[in-house]
Write a protein that binds this ligand. Structure first.
Ligand SMILES: [Zn+2]
Length: 65
């Protein structure tokens, strides 16, 4: 399941809005739902599409080399 591993790397450890550390369970929910409401500041954390970022990274490294 390499796809799942890749997704987990994109899950932030902290809320990008208030900086509160996310619990392991919240990180699981975020990786599954791609969205999570921070319980501290009610900011809606949204994960960016994984496939899109991967394609961008690949085409960039191809140009560089
Ligand atoms: Zn927050």
């Amino acid at each position: 399941m390499t796809e799942n591993k890749r997704e987990k790397e994109l899950v932030p450890d902290f809320c990008p809005h208030c900086g509160k550390e996310l619990t392991p369970w919240e990180k699981v929910l975020l990786s599954v739902d791609r969205a999570l409401m921070c319980r501290n500041c009610w900011y809606r954390i949204i994960l960016k599409p994984v496939l899109f970022e991967d394609n961008e990274r690949k085409s960039k490294s191809e140009k560089d080399s």
